[in-house]
Write a protein that binds this ligand. Structure first.
Ligand code: PAF
Length: 287
């Protein structure tokens, strides 16, 4: 696997591959890789001629300095895992490569996120999605992928990126890939590494609560479902729910009733001491 930290050299390499008719698949990450990331690499390998992964912990998408400083960094083992998956190239830039000056750090592409930015993660983490749009746009501009792969665990992020690509008319196909889960159902996340043994075990209640909603939506009202799911999660006192809500799978706006809904997902964000986890699950889809 080739490793680049310089965007100009990378752009030259990509131009060369494109002249040769190769399709480029791209998996942007912040490192601390787990099987969720690697499944995106495998999908890109299966669908594209050349797979680029990136590792960059983007400071502009963190609304909390402690969260940024504690974000796990494991470059050596990440490189080993990407090499094992036969990724073709890793782009691992420094902060000054992505944001060479104050102007670049402030420049945000003109994307109107509207209501998408005002709910769930957008409402709780001010500026987070602006930072995601900023860095993904910058990475897209360097890597110029034909296809880019993102996990459905960050479902709202996926919707934000699709909105950006649509509004800016970028010639990139965005593929959302299913959440990878541990045996007890906990969604794979780099943040799971920050949980101690007991917290890790307790965290699995998030998935059990999502399953409860998925399996009982025909029997209870939206209010009853969410109240019971929150009660389940908070029952043993370790996990604290920030939000748990049913939302339209396309607009991500909260729904109050199942009537007329075509695509509903249940979204949850919760804290276990200082670690914040999110997850979501399909509840209903009428094709
Ligand atoms: O999902 C992530 O890891 C990040 O938000 C992303 C898309 C790599 C942008 O920094």
């Amino acid at each position: 696997m080739d490793i680049f930290d310089n965007s100009d050299y990378l752009k030259e390499e990509i131009d060369f591959l494109k002249e040769d008719g190769k399709t480029i698949g791209f998996v942007p990450t912040m490192g601390a890789l787990h099987d969720g990331h690697l499944s995106l690499v495998r999908k890109s390998k299966a669908e594209c001629d050349y797979t680029v992964a990136s590792i960059f912990v983007n400071p502009t998408q963190f609304d909390n300095a402690e969260d940024l400083s504690k974000y796990p960094r494991f470059m050596e083992s990440d490189i080993r895992q990407l090499t094992k998956e036969n990724a073709d190239l890793l782009f691992a830039p420094s902060e000054s490569e992505i944001y060479p000056d104050a102007i670049a750090r402030q420049a945000i592409p003109p994307v109107k996120l509207g209501a998408l930015e005002k709910v769930m993660e957008g409402a709780r983490r001010p500026g987070h999605f602006r930072g995601v749009v900023q860095v993904v746009h910058r990475l897209f501009d360097i890597v110029k992928p034909d296809v880019a792969y993102f996990g459905e665990k960050d479902y709202q992020q996926l919707a934000v990126i699709r909105t950006m690509v649509q509004q800016l008319e970028l010639p990139i196909r965005i593929i959302g890939c299913p959440t990878r889960r541990e045996q007890d159902g906990l969604a794979m996340s780099s943040r799971n590494m920050r949980l101690n043994k007991k917290e890790r075990k307790d965290a699995a209640v998030l998935y059990r609560a999502l399953q409860f909603v998925r399996n009982h939506w025909q029997k209870y009202s939206v209010g009853q479902l969410t109240d019971e799911a929150i009660r389940m999660i908070e029952a043993n006192g370790t996990v604290k729910v920030e939000y748990l809500q049913l939302a339209d799978g396309a607009t991500l706006q909260q729904i109050e009733s199942m009537d007329d809904a075509k695509h509903i997902r249940c979204f949850v964000a919760a804290r276990i001491n200082n670690v914040r986890l999110i997850d979501n699950e399909l509840v209903l889809f009428k094709g």
